[in-house]
Design a protein around this ligand. Structure first.
Ligand SMILES: [Zn+2]
Length: 59
């Protein structure tokens, strides 16, 4: 996914349980997606946000 803050950087999220850190994505019946836990970039823009039902919630 592209960082939602507008910096244009690509964020890669690991969804494999065998590797850390790992995120889990939940798809809702309306086709939107939520991610847990939150995404917190340690480099670059240091954005911290949740992806909930396809929308961004900033921390
Ligand atoms: Zn950013």
């Amino acid at each position: 996914m592209i960082c939602p803050c507008g910096c244009g950087e690509v964020i890669e999220l690991n969804l494999l349980k065998q590797a850390r850190p790992c995120w889990s994505a939940e798809e809702h019946p309306d086709g939107t997606i939520s991610l847990v836990p939150s995404v917190w970039r340690q480099r670059g823009c240091r954005s911290h946000f949740f992806l909930r039902r396809g929308g961004i919630e900033w921390c």
